[in-house]
Design a protein around this ligand. Sequence first.
Ligand SMILES: [Zn+2]
Length: 142
Amino acid sequence: MPKFSNTSKEKLSTCHSDLQKLFNEVIKYYDCTIVCGHRNKEDQDNAYASGHSEKRWPDSRHNSNPSMAVDVAPYELNGIDWGKTQTSYFAGFVKGVHAVLYENNVITHRLRMGVDWDSDNDIDDTKFWDACHFELISNKII
Ligand SMILES: [Zn+2]
């Protein structure tokens, strides 16, 4: 069974508990690495400057504390695979795990993904391709 590295665990610990529950479940079946959790102002400024984020501090969901967004990439034998096919395949898996946890009230937030911002299951109409981005949106009342 795959496991998170200590670095990944540390990054995930800066995220909302729903994201922790989600990816602690995902990692049991699909090896992946936590690229980024919370971003402070300097990190956000750098992400914006390099084009990795379209948002300026403090407008990204990575800027809240705990972070409402996390960047997670699938991990293969040779490292991270940033290809569109591989990251989309991974995102679909995450979406499935999320659906089960959400349905069972283990987590209470809906999920939005950077491969499919409008959540229409069509990745070809995604304008800002943010392959490894997952964020929590509206909370359900239970
Ligand atoms: Zn992100």
